[in-house]
Design a protein around this ligand. Structure first.
Ligand code: CP
Length: 299
């Protein structure tokens, strides 16, 4: 079995295959029935990721356990490693983990036999979110080469921004970051930082990000944020007619996106959620098949 901890471990061919497989799952009922037990180990809150992994596993015939962290031995001080070793000893095959730390690094030297899927690691990575965002983009544009993608908002604290920038560049898109200077990260890497007004007019894809109140207390003024850095009725006019608006959710309504933006046909937020189930089916299957896709039959 193979783990999915980071988008950095994926090559373009594997990503294209995972997206194709996910699209296939959307269009046809899954004919594959896998065997095994999956546990959802979420140390941070989640609606979309936790539920979509649960639905994906059920559709593939896998048994699903939801680990209630608040009522578990974590409350007695059990470490992440001890929890993982415990679920492995119980016979679990796949642990889907979300944690406030960069947890893959914390356990990298540990000898664990179960498959691990990163459902969010602090401000570092959210690989399945990047894959479902890529699927949403591919459904609209057919491919990635030369597409201009602007990721806007709380980049400093965003695992979504980091995973998406790496994945979309791998696929051939041109990625830029934008938003308040206060939320500009020190580790931009090779990704250019551009003015928000420029991002709005030039982008094919505008990815808006939530201000992550839970990770910082820094400058934030909800009323003025939308005027300066949010999408609203006026800015919809400035967007390219064929552009799309995406957001990983949850949304701070009327902060990064106003109610009118949700009504615009270019807004694909719920399509992203639907795609999350199919992408996670493809990822679970890929992991359980040992990271090989050549032998997999169409769904
Ligand atoms: N996008 C995302 O990770 O949403 P949840 O926190 O609801 O899982």
């Amino acid at each position: 079995m193979t783990s999915l901890l980071s988008v950095q471990q994926l090559d373009a061919l594997t990503v294209e295959w995972l997206l194709k497989r996910a699209q296939n799952f959307l269009e046809h009922q899954a004919a594959v029935q896998l065997r095994g037990t999956v546990v959802n180990l979420f140390f941070e809150p989640s609606t979309r990721t936790a539920l979509s992994f649960q639905i994906a596993a059920q559709r593939l015939g896998l048994a699903v356990l939801n680990f209630d962290v608040e009522n578990s031995s974590v409350r007695k001080g059990e470490s992440l490693l001890d929890s993982l070793q415990t679920v492995e000893a119980l016979g679990v095959d796949v642990a889907i983990v979300r944690h406030a730390e960069n947890w893959p690094q914390l356990i990298q030297d540990m000898d664990l036999g179960l498959t691990l899927i990163n459902a969010g690691s602090g401000t570092f990575e959210h690989p399945t979110q990047a894959l479902l965002d890529a699927l949403t983009i591919k459904q609209h544009f057919g491919g990635f080469a030369g597409l201009r993608v602007s990721i806007v908002g709380d980049i400093r604290h965003s695992r979504v921004a980091r995973s998406n920038a790496a994945l979309l560049k791998l696929l051939g898109a041109e990625v830029t970051f934008s938003g308040p200077e206060q939320l500009r990260p020190d580790d931009l890497g090779q990704t250019p930082w551009i003015n928000f007004e420029e991002a709005i007019v030039q982008s094919d894809v505008v990815m808006m990000l939530r201000i992550q109140h839970e990770r910082h207390q820094s400058w934030y003024d909800p009323e003025h944020y939308n005027e300066r850095y949010g999408l609203n009725r006026q800015r919809l006019w400035q967007l390219k007619p064929n552009a799309i608006i995406i957001h990983p959710g949850p949304v701070n309504r009327n902060v990064e996106i106003t109610d009118e933006v949700f009504q615009d046909p270019r807004c694909k937020i719920l399509q992203q959620v639907t795609n999350g189930v199919a992408v996670r089916m493809a990822v679970l299957e890929w992991c359980l098949q040992g990271g090989r896709y050549e032998q997999l039959v169409p769904a």
